[in-house]
Write a protein that binds this ligand. Sequence first.
Ligand code: MLT
Length: 331
Amino acid sequence: MKRLLVLAAAATAMFAAHAQAPAFPGSKPISLVVPFAAGGPTDRVARDLAEAMRKAMGGSANFVVENVNGAGGTIGAAKVARATPDGHTLLVHHIGMAAAPALYRKLPYKVLEDFEFLGMINEVPMTIIGKPQLPANNYRDFENYIRANSGKLNIAHAGLGSASHLCGLMWQAAINAKEAMTTIPFGGTAPAMNALVGGQVDMMCDQTTNTTGQIEAGRVKAFAVTTAKPLSNNKLLKDYPTLQEMGLKGFDLTIWHGLYAPRGTPPAVLTQLNNALKIALKDPDFIKKQEGLGAIVVTDKRVEPAAHKAFVSAEINKIKPVVEAAGKFAD
Ligand code: MLT
């Protein structure tokens, strides 16, 4: 008899717990937090992904993109780390997840502990670009111009730990021009690009998803790409040299984006979200949009959360010495 009572109590508790967990996604929208200003590369990935994931979930979920910028993406990331872990607040971020630990002594979250990793999304090359008024039309002349005007030039980025900041740091160290230029932070590379096109800043390193249109329209000058190999499949950028070809030995930087949820998000919800992500990454419309801007949508095991987390952990260890060599730290 006692055993029956115990079994009945366990069944009731299980039913009650199940009854309490609301069906996901329900009517509440799913917020994709972008830790940079609207209109930039991260925002672009998120908006394209929101549409593809909405389709992948058969319209059962309403996705909204929420821009929470500042401090190189760490403010937006911290917001998601603290969010209710119910699957309705996700983070779209990038290599900045791996760069921030090397640049912030007091980071308000632990990258590998305070997030549930969903899959990766894409890889994006970067371009070294300059304002249209620059008196240089190829990389060699551009680098000579920087040396001839040491201390008088500036470089824009999206805040300490952003992809554009990390690229600028690596590039300035590689050409030994750390003192040659002042760094100008913005809330994202969309506002930074406006300043560059307007001639208020001199140069920037930014992702092709944000620079392709401006280069094509002649509103900025492009000088080189940051990938190890030339972008031979990219009709606009295939003829630009890599920084390695310009003598910067071993320079190889490609930005990646990934999807994250707050730690404690229920496994069943994570599985549902990652299944929708996998379908979205195969969506021809999503792929066309991303590839049209030079990005490559991931298709391999990195869409699996465990592989994504292992990749980011390795990136944290890879970036730390690079940042230390570039000699820039921030509290
Ligand atoms: C970066 O530099 O990290 C990104 O381009 C920022 C952005 O998406 O605006």
